[in-house]
Design a protein around this ligand. Structure first.
Ligand code: TPP
Ligand code: MG
Length: 893
């Protein structure tokens, strides 16, 4: 039986029947059986589907507030005083941006965003956001980044920031310091906790933060609490893939400790977010579809009486018909326009507003500007259990700027306002300044004993203190057992192992360690088997808040896929962005939670920096600690994969991140030394740095650690294997890193045997470390012309090293070239610039001209340049080494 859905308008009989059904439904609700009413709807829907009746799908609810006025809790506190405080904050935020731009033309700053989000922040500050205290974990708040002026202005009114600091908004280098443009823990480490201004990063970081908080609880590392993670986002920001990309994780993990508040002012920078559609409805469908609790806060209390009259849903229907472009127009138009445009199409709608004069019609508030509606939404979100909540709050961009800015497309970048606008703003928010004061735009804070300040302080005292505030709470980690890594110093005794295998061995050792074992957080985006980490599944388990609800197919094998509630591995699935967000949560737990968790995030190296570098930058800003491991790294160590996988870039992309220590080790003992020292620097000495270590999957015998090499490994360079015949006339210094070091060692042999060139071989564990040391030394010399010049480490190492200099790397030639100017003589660099091919290691190394043959050739060529050998020797070498001079240029092919 296939029945087609109704497509025409129902006739009178049908209407009557529809009403009968609705009345029956109403009766159920009125008799106090809403649960049954809901169940019946569900059953009827199932029945319809079973009968083949098409039920139109919609993930949307009507364009009205989710919380009906009848279910709205009373807003506690003194509303009048809260309004005054909010007005003060609004004024100071405006003053801060306007004054900064008067002082320094074009210094920037945003007025309009905070204008729209003020009530959303202030209700949080007055009633919800709990600070971290010695007894309580506290809430984590990601503030909408470019609404920072409002957060500073509040801290000023609270008495936490001085007027001088506000005066120097965006002038951080002024005497006495200033304030950073946006939330940056790096710049204001006592204030901001999380950076949130690169759009889309704070939502994904917030999701994984909420998940990490649960992980810490489930693993017994912190007590269970009802602390929340709040993330305030712009509606335009939701277009970033990271914003919505992880929302299903939040519902799947039942993260009812997570609340998104989306400031739906319907505008982004250039214009409307969805001029021809509805961003609120679009987001509602996306979040409901993903299993979130969605609360729409669209209309302020002034609208309640209108909805009261809207018994047949005409008003709700009309409001749902308009697109955002039309809504934006209503803001800049008159009350008469609103009457005609919104209500004019139907006499019944016009009747609803006949008693409301035009000015009032224009002033009907949006839900996001009404503290009562916002409070109701926050309360419902905080009390909600089982899923995360998103609050979609309608606001006006540039609220309070009147004709100069409200709802205008240019409002986002407005930084200067004229005196009329200032006066309008002041009057609108009840601030009584004189004419001259308005012109001056002074910062204003009532005295400490004023009712406003007293009230504000009481509110915050009840909630545990001021926010935002960042504090390092962890104690230094003292490793008692100094021998943890010793076994990796002795080499593999001829056994072929890759550096990845060696690292996994160290990870296993650390996980078992009674001191640091529980603090280790392995993070992997679906590549554990690639890196040979499957043995860890069984050893420490994969974290799952659900435990394991099924019997894994490989249950009877030794290394089965074990998910458990207290599992330690964060197996994130295929999301490098999500994994990086977990890394940030774990790497900043020393401050957020006072717990020294040590994340080890291992990933397919090409999908790290290349893909999520902005999150890595955010990790640095967050003062993150921990280890990132680029697996299958290097352009030629990964056989067969081709240009999308083979990474010759990451060490170059790691350069700009100031706190990142980047290493390209060749041998197990190098990795052991780097990790051991890293743990000491980050977790005992408390340095806010983090590490990037590349590991490879090419197996070879790991040598024992040469005596005295520790310092050099850490500084980035040490002589690994001196030439056998140091008396030779022809001398060279060869530099290699990662698995290309072995090609260099082979070249050392060829050069000695066939060409009588005695070459020393150096392992360059970190070009970045050498570069950092070089620029630091040069800077010191520049500023201290009368002192004895300091010598860069790389120059010191090579002071007595004779001969030509040749470096080979599995990354771009730019990497060795970084340090060439500090070498005593010209440096010739071989590297892997270019796209590459799907090929074997051997062929790739020939293709990129970085194998032992090319290193030999480059060395001979340098000796030719120095006049130490004849061209014929080099020419013959090309032939003997079977080098094809007509081969394609790897850089351009
Ligand atoms: C990744 C990224 N791209 C661009 C910007 C520049 N930017 C700053 S604010 C903004 C518009 C924001 O619109 P919306 O998210 O709707 O916030 P609103 O100001 O409207 O509240 C843009 C494009 C940025 N900060 N981050
Ligand atoms: Mg917006």
């Amino acid at each position: 039986m296939a029945v087609s859905p109704i497509v025409r308008a129902p006739d009178v009989d049908e209407l009557e029947e529809i009403w009968e059904w609705i009345e029956s439904f109403d009766a159920l609700v009125e008799n106090g059986k809403p649960g049954l009413a809901s169940r019946i709807l569900q059953e009827i829907r199932n029945r319809a589907l079973a009968c083949g009746v098409q039920v139109p799908f919609t993930a949307n609810t009507p364009y009205v507030n989710t919380i009906h006025v009848s279910q709205q809790p009373l807003l506690p506190g003194d509303q009048e005083i809260e309004r005054k405080i909010k007005s003060l904050v609004r004024w100071n935020a405006l003053a801060m941006v306007v004054r900064a731009n008067r002082e320094e033309h074009n210094i920037g700053g945003h007025i309009s965003t905070y204008g729209s989000v003020a009530t959303l922040f202030e209700v949080g500050f007055d009633h919800f956001f709990r600070a971290r205290t010695a007894e309580y974990e506290g809430d984590t708040v990601y503030f909408q980044g470019h609404a920072a002026p409002g957060v500073y202005a509040r801290a000023f009114v609270e008495g936490r920031l001085s007027a001088a600091k506000l005066e120097n908004f965006r002038r951080e280098l002024k005497k006495g310091g200033g304030l950073s443009s946006y939330p940056h823990p790096w710049l204001m480490p006592d204030f901001w906790e999380f950076p949130s201004v690169s759009m889309g990063l704070s939502p994904i970081m917030a999701i994984y933060q909420a998940r990490f908080n649960r992980y810490l609880e489930d693993r017994g590392l912190k007590p269970k609490t009802d602390a929340k993670v709040w993330a305030f986002l712009g509606d335009g920001e939701t277009d970033e893939p990271e914003t919505l990309g992880a929302i299903t994780l939040a519902s799947r993990e039942h993260l009812d400790n997570l609340i998104f508040v989306i400031n739906c002012n319907l505008q982004r920078l250039d214009g409307p977010v969805r001029g021809n559609g509805s961003i609120v409805q679009e987001l509602e469908a996306a979040f409901r579809g993903a299993g979130w609790n969605v609360i729409k806060v669209l209309w302020g209390s002034d609208w309640d009486p209108l909805f009261e009259k809207d018994v047949d849903g005409l008003l709700a229907k009309r409001l749902g018909e308009m697109v955002d472009g039309e809504y934006q127009k209503l803001i800049v138009e008159s009350g008469a326009y609103i009457r005609e445009h919104v209500f004019g199409g139907d006499p019944r709608l016009l009747k609803m507003v006949e008693d409301i004069p035009d000015e009032k019609l224009h002033a009907l508030r949006q839900g996001g500007h009404d503290p009562k509606k916002v409070y109701a939404a926050y309360k419902a979100a905080v009390d909600h259990r089982g899923t995360p909540t998103v609050i979609l709050a309608r606001t006006i961009k540039g609220y309070g700027l009147g004709e100069a800015g409200e709802g205008r497309n240019v409002t986002h970048q407005q930084k200067k306002v004229d005196e009329d606008t200032l006066r309008h703003f002041g009057e609108r928010f009840g601030l009584s300044f004189t004419e001259e004061q308005f012109a001056e735009v002074p910062f204003y804070r009532p005295p400490d004993d004023s009712p406003e300040i007293k009230y504000l302080r009481e509110c915050r005292a009840k909630l545990g203190g001021y926010m935002p505030q960042r504090k390092v709470r962890s104690k230094p980690l003292e490793l008692k057992d100094k021998s943890l890594f010793d076994e990796f110093h002795t080499g593999s005794e001829g056994r072929d192992v890759s550096t990845t295998m060696a690292f996994v061995g160290m990870l296993r050792k650390m996980l078992r360690d009674p001191e640091i074992g529980k603090l280790v957080v392995p993070i992997v985006p679906d590549e554990a088997r690639t890196f040979g980490m499957e043995s860890l599944f069984r050893l420490v388990g994969i974290y799952s808040s659900q435990g394991q609800l099924y019997e894994p197919v490989d249950m009877n094998t030794l290394l089965y896929y074990k998910e458990c509630k207290d599992g330690q591995i964060l197996e994130e699935g295929i999301t490098e962005a999500g994994s990086m967000s977990s890394f940030i949560a774990a790497g900043s737990a020393y401050a957020t939670h006072g717990i020294n968790t040590i994340p080890f995030f291992i990933f397919y190296s090409m999908f790290g920096f290349q893909r999520v570098n902005d999150l890595i930058w955010a990790a640095a800003d967050t003062r993150c600690r921990g280890f990132m491991l680029g697996g299958t790294a290097g352009r030629t160590t990964l056989a067969g994969e081709g240009l999308q996988h083979q990474d010759g870039n990451s060490h170059v992309l790691a350069l700009p991140i100031p706190t990142l220590q980047a290493y390209d080790p060749a041998f197990a003992y190098e990795i052991a030394v780097i990790i051991e020292d890293g743990i000491d620097r980050m977790y005992r000495k408390g340095e806010s740095i983090f590490y990037y270590i590349t590991v490879m999957n090419e197996p070879y015998a790991m040598p024992p650690m040469p005596e005295g090499s520790r310092g050099g490994i850490l500084k980035g360079l040490y002589r690994y294997k001196p030439a056998a015949d140091s008396k030779s006339k022809l001398r060279a210094q060869l530099f290699g890193s990662g698995s290309i070091l072995r090609e260099v060692l082979k070249a050392q042999e060829i050069l000695a045997e066939k060409y009588h060139v005695a070459a020393d071989v150096w392992s360059v564990t970190s070009y970045k470390a050498l570069y950092s040391d070089g620029i630091e030394t040069e800077r010191w010399n520049l500023l201290h012309p009368s002192d004895k010049p300091r010598v860069p480490y790389v120059t010191q190492c090579l002071a007595d090293a004779p001969g030509v200099l040749v470096a080979a790397t599995d990354y771009l030639k730019a990497l060795p070239n970084l340090v060439g100017s500090w070498m005593p003589r010209r440096l010739a660099s071989l590297g892997t610039d270019g796209f590459g091919r799907s090929e074997s290691r051997e062929s790739l190394r020939n293709f990129f001209e970085v194998d032992a043959r090319f290193i030999t050739l480059a060395t001979l060529h340098e000796l030719l340049r120095e006049g130490k050998i004849q061209a014929s020797v080099v020419q013959k070498a090309i032939k003997d080494l079977e080098i094809d001079v007509s081969k394609p240029n790897p850089f351009t092919s």
